[in-house]
Design a protein around this ligand. Structure first.
Ligand SMILES: [Zn+2]
Length: 315
């Protein structure tokens, strides 16, 4: 029989309490997506990546399913350093929306992933918070959103604000008309545009993202938005944008830090092991973005398996 001596027990206890005090408290909020995505399988990948970083304590909060009553859904945002939003579906109650806005405005961190920017097209403060979003039309959901509200059926277009792309050495805000789109999934180059930002520091100038969607012509208020990285889709593919589209960006909203990654497509019939969310570039920028949104700093080192401009890297 082995015995833990009191002094060792004390040290173990001290170590675990120090670790708990130092961990960043993350709420991973999920539970709904449009009919082209799987919130569940993307969520499993997100949880694994955050836990593997070793600096986060992750609680997953699952909303009622799409079509169910949302009136009692009221997560306690204030208990967390950062909210990781993997949610695209029905609007929350007015008190929950107000609590969310107040949380971010007063300095809460927020990270949104891929199709989360399709959500809440008709919630103006959410559009301000995320800067740019895509799609969102009521018919993309099953059951459809906003039944009986004919003025809330359309997807995001120029009425939501400019599109933003990178040209020469800066961001261009373009008011020309059009909605959002993406070419078929493929491997594409990501270019680091703000190498002195904590999330991007030490990352190469260019790297490959494996088999993902290049979200294009996203629309929104785009205020206080900083582009961190862009992608130029394969021009041979139908539906490719002729511009360098923002893939990673931040928004300053009140005192809150918001990080958006447009990467991370997990289709309705995909599992959690698709290359898009196993791409080391997706994983590392997600882990760094969550730390930055929570604290304003990034302490995580760059792993050796980070992709190059010539070769994808998938874990
Ligand atoms: Zn997608």
């Amino acid at each position: 029989m082995t015995r833990t001596t009191p002094i060792i027990a004390f040290l173990l206890c001290l170590a675990s309490s120090v670790m708990a005090a130092d961990s960043i408290k993350v709420m991973h909020l999920t539970g709904q997506s449009n009919k082209y995505h799987s919130w569940k399988n993307l969520g499993d990948a997100i949880t694994q990546h955050l836990e593997n970083a070793g600096i986060f304590e992750v609680d997953t909060v699952v909303s009622p399913a799409l079509g169910e009553d949302m009136s009692e859904f009221s997560p306690n945002f204030g208990e967390y350093d950062v909210i990781v939003l993997n949610y695209d579906g029905a609007e929350w109650s007015e008190p929950t929306k107000a609590a969310f806005v107040s949380y971010v405005k007063n300095g809460g961190g927020l990270v949104t992933i891929h199709g989360t920017n399709n959500s809440f097209a008709y919630w103006p403060e959410f559009n301000e918070i995320i800067g740019l979003g895509g799609w969102g039309g009521a018919g993309l959901y099953d059951p459809p959103l906003y039944p009986g509200e004919p003025d809330k059926q359309a997807s995001r277009d120029e009425k939501w604000g400019p599109r933003v792309y990178w040209h020469a050495c800066g961001a261009v805000h373009d008011d020309s008309p059009g909605g959002t789109f993406h070419p078929p999934k493929h491997d594409f180059i990501i270019t680091n545009r703000t190498p002195d930002h904590p999330i991007m520091r030490g990352l190469p100038e260019m790297w490959l993202q494996a088999n993902d969607e290049v979200y294009s012509r996203l629309r929104g208020p785009a205020k206080n938005l900083t582009i961190l990285a862009t992608a130029y889709a394969n021009q041979k593919l139908r539906g490719s944008s002729p511009h360098n589209e923002p893939m990673l960006f931040t928004v300053a909203y009140g005192k809150g830090r918001v990080f958006q990654t447009t990467l991370g497509h997990v289709g309705a019939n995909d599992d959690a092991n698709v290359p898009s969310v196993r791409s080391v570039g997706f994983i590392v920028t997600l882990q760094r973005g969550v730390e930055w949104a929570a604290t304003g700093e990034v302490t995580q080192a760059l792993p050796e398996d980070f992709p190059t401009a010539y070769e994808t890297s998938v874990r």
